[in-house]
Design a protein around this ligand. Structure first.
Ligand SMILES: C[S@@+](CC[C@H](N)C(=O)[O-])C[C@H]1O[C@@H](n2cnc3c(N)ncnc32)[C@H](O)[C@@H]1O
Length: 122
């Protein structure tokens, strides 16, 4: 449930970039204007502690719900395996996932070392 009806909710992907760039796992992330709780939800998904303040009780409830969900669902839209994907690249992401699942180790037997020559040098 990334989307709420908070009027200025930020995308989790954007906040994830900031959190990853400025903190380490187990650090404390503080957002004094929590809104719908994007920062706290992302902090939880990225294994940071968090602390937030929100004036509006309804938004605080939205935030609490998102934080609870973030304990069970760690996915961040547009962020997978440490990579931030551009929008509309879902098919590319699926292909990468399939490729990595079907990848087999390659055994090089009787490999002849490549011998360099001066033939192509200028
Ligand atoms: C720009 S929104 C934050 C949006 C948030 N980043 C998100 O993704 O949902 C700012 C929030 O700060 C709250 N706010 C404004 N003044 C405040 C104050 N003095 N103390 C705590 N919260 C405040 C507003 O109710 C509003 O929800």
């Amino acid at each position: 449930m990334e989307n709420t009806d908070h009027p200025t909710q930020k995308p989790e992907k954007l906040i994830a970039k900031l959190v990853l760039a400025s903190s380490h796992p187990q650090d404390l992330v503080f957002d004094p204007f929590l809104g719908s709780g994007t920062t706290a939800a992302v902090a939880r998904k990225l294994n940071r502690h968090f602390f937030g303040i929100e004036l509006d009780e309804y938004y605080a409830c939205l935030a609490a719900k998102r934080i609870d969900l973030a304990s069970r669902d760690k996915t961040i839209q547009g962020h997978a395996d440490g990579v931030f994907w551009e929008r509309n690249t879902l098919s590319l992401q699926s292909r990468k996932q399939e490729a990595s699942e079907s990848a087999q180790p390659v055994l090089f037997e009787g490999c002849i070392p490549y011998k360099t020559t001066n033939k192509h040098k200028r």
